[in-house]
Every structure is written in C-alpha cells, then in structure tokens.
Design a protein around this ligand. Structure first.
Ligand SMILES: NC(=O)c1ccc[n+]([C@@H]2O[C@H](COP(=O)([O-])OP(=O)(O)OC[C@H]3O[C@@H](n4cnc5c(N)ncnc54)[C@H](OP(=O)(O)O)[C@@H]3O)[C@@H](O)[C@H]2O)c1
Length: 326
C-alpha cells in the first residue's frame, strides 16, 4: 500500500510517499481502508519534534531517539472497514467509520489496523450526514476539545473564552461550549474572526489588536490552545470557581498558572487528553443533530502531503486541513 513515511525529524521535506506492507488485522482489530485524513498542528510538531522542555525527553524516548519510530504520522481518519478480526463484535465489514489513532499514529496511509476497543484513540461509525473528508476532521480536535471542556464542567450560562479558537481544537471548543449553553468569546487572528462568528462565537477578539488579559472581564473557563499567552494573567481573569484549560503549556506556564490560582478554588488543567470511542459516538450525535460542523480549509491529495504540511506551517489554516487518500 502507499503511505507517507516520515524519514527523519525536520521540515516537511522529510515526508516521502513510499510503498509499505499492508497491515493484517489481529483478532481484536479491524482493517480500515482510509479515505481521508488530516494535517494538524500537532502532526507538524511531531515531524519537527518541537515540544516543551518538560515533555521533550519522554516524548523523544517514545517516538524514537535518532529518527521517528512511528514512521507513518496522522492522528485521525475516515474510511471503510475492509475486514475484521475474529474477536471483533461491535464493528462490521463495510461500516463507514471515523477514528482517532492515538499514540500509534499511522493515518497517512491507504490502510490501518485499529483495535475495536483502543487503549488510546477511538473508533466508531461516522456521522451519516458527512462525507469522508468532513468526518476525518472530527475525531482529533473534537475528541480532545470535548475531553478538556468536560474537565471544566462547563454549564449553561457560563462565560467561556477560547484562545486560539480558529484551529482544530478551537473550532470544536467554540461549538461544544455553545452546545452546553455557554457565552463564548473566541480569540484569534483577524482572517479567522468571521468564520468564528459563523460557528457561533458570541464575541470575537483579534489578538493583534487587543490583549484580552489587559481587560478586567472575567471568565468561568479559559481554554488556551496557544503556548504564548501569560498563564498567570489568564488564571487571574477566572471567576472564583473558574478553570484554566491549557492544551499545550510549557513548564513555566504551569507553574505561573498554579501560583496565580494558589489559595483559591480556581482549577488549572493541562496534560494529554484524548477522546474515547464513546466521546466519538457523542460527537457523531451532535453532528447528525446539526449542532456541530467540522470547519474545513484546504483539501490535498495523499501525494501532496509535503505541500499540505508547508501550508499547515503558515498558521493560516481555518479549522482543519484535509488529505484525500482515495
Ligand atoms: N493536551 C493535549 O492532549 C494535546 C493533544 C494534542 C495536541 N495538543 C496541542 O494543542 C495545540 C492546539 O492545536 P490546534 O490543532 O488547535 O492548533 P491550530 O489548529 O494551529 O490552532 C491554533 C490557533 O491559534 C491561533 N493563534 C496563534 N497565536 C495566537 C495568539 N497569540 N493568540 C490567539 N490565537 C493565536 C492560530 O492562528 P494564527 O496562526 O492565525 O495566529 C490558530 O488559529 C497544539 O500545539 C498541540 O500540540 C495538545
């Protein structure tokens, strides 16, 4: 089968289209013919191996010291089940599925084996009203945003601010917070603000014109997906029982947020947070009910993966970049 192999850590040019062995499903796995996948900022960070210092060493040990051990990147997909292992009960040959691959990665390929009940990652049948390309953009950003918002126990009437709202996490976080009945403020660059209004943001802030941490306004939840906003200042903007969610913090940001929240009931949440198959089924329900829409920017073909990564590196993407595999 064809796959994009990450031959080294570095620029998008380390990605090469190669023929690799087609995987064979074990008893507890399904073989998925991948129709679409995505290029996320996290894929680019893995390819460059660009991580905060406090996770750099454990991540490097996990992903390969000299060069990537998981040589096929890609964290989400949509496709058809081509065959199932003999122990699989809940999925069938021919099912249209969407999946998050978890730490195993591997979605930049024509086929992948996924466990029926993955330890990290998720798989279930995809929303009936989406194309493969649209469905592929849901599991990673949608699953992680859902997990983070649950940790903050977002409730109707609360004020939620999403910092970095125009990307993969953010576009789902804005919509999920709206589904929960929150008043949502979305912060990102000017070209993304109109899209953010369209998906439901009540208020938008252009970070190049206004620093929300300068304002006295408070929030019940701040979901920060960007690494460069001072975390202590964000923690100080929280209401008494408020919660700061940090998707991508550096060590000092964690310390500063905890320090600013000391002696209060404010929560500071960080760390890996991946969605489960049940979460994916919940997202499918929201999509089918018309309450959640994946935001898709450009589409590329599998053989244009290098181009897709260069585009992701510009930071201009609105929501998600889709790669059509078949
Ligand atoms: N904790 C976890 O479980 C977990 C798991 C996977 C990934 N992550 C991390 O979470 C992060 C979120 O990824 P994502 O996929 O949502 O990223 P993304 O798609 O690149 O979105 C980030 C958004 O932030 C905007 N932005 C950049 N600088 C900003 C600033 N100073 N203020 C406000 N907005 C700003 C970007 O827009 P412009 O470029 O136009 O400025 C972009 O729209 C990644 O770094 C990833 O590694 C965390």
């Amino acid at each position: 089968m064809r796959a994009i192999v990450c031959t080294d850590y570095g620029s998008p040019d380390v990605l090469q289209l190669k023929d690799v062995l087609k995987p064979v499903p074990k008893d507890n796995e399904v073989l998925v013919r991948i129709r679409a996948t995505t290029v996320s900022t996290a894929d680019c960070e893995l390819r460059r191996f660009d991580f905060a210092l406090w996770i750099w060493v454990p991540m490097r040990l996990g992903f390969g010291i000299r060069r990537p051990r998981h040589r096929v990147l890609g964290q989400e997909l949509a496709g058809d089940i081509e065959s199932v292992g003999k122990g699989v009960r809940s999925l069938r040959k021919g099912d249209r599925v969407f999946a998050a691959t978890g730490i195993g990665l591997g979605a930049y390929a024509e086929y992948i084996c996924v466990r029926e009940n993955p330890q990290t990652g998720a798989i279930t049948t995809m929303p009936a009203n989406l194309s493969y390309e649209e469905a592929a953009a849901v599991p990673y950003g949608g699953g992680e945003a859902l997990q983070f918002l649950r940790k903050a126990n977002v409730r109707s009437g609360q004020r939620v601010l999403v910092n970095g709202a125009g990307g993969s996490f953010g576009t789902f976080a804005v919509q999920l917070a709206k589904v929960l009945g929150a008043h949502v403020t979305a912060v990102d660059s000017a070209p993304k603000l109109e899209m953010l209004r369209t998906i439901g943001a009540d208020r938008v802030i252009d970070y190049s014109k206004e620093d929300f941490t300068d304002s006295p306004e408070t929030y019940d939840v701040i979901f920060d997906v960007v690494r460069n906003t001072p975390s202590g200042r964000m923690a100080r903007l929280l209401t008494e029982n408020g919660c700061l969610l940090m998707a991508n913090p550096g060590f000092l940001q964690i310390v500063r947020a905890r320090w600013a929240a000391r002696g209060s009931k404010k929560g500071v949440v960080f760390g890996a947070s991946s969605g489960t198959s049940e979460d994916l089924a919940h997202l499918r329900g929201l999509v089918e009910a018309g309450q959640l829409h994946p935001v898709i920017d450009r589409r590329f073909l599998l053989e244009q993966m290098v181009e897709a990564h260069w585009y992701a590196e510009t930071g201009q993407k609105l929501g998600n970049i889709v790669v059509v595999v078949a």
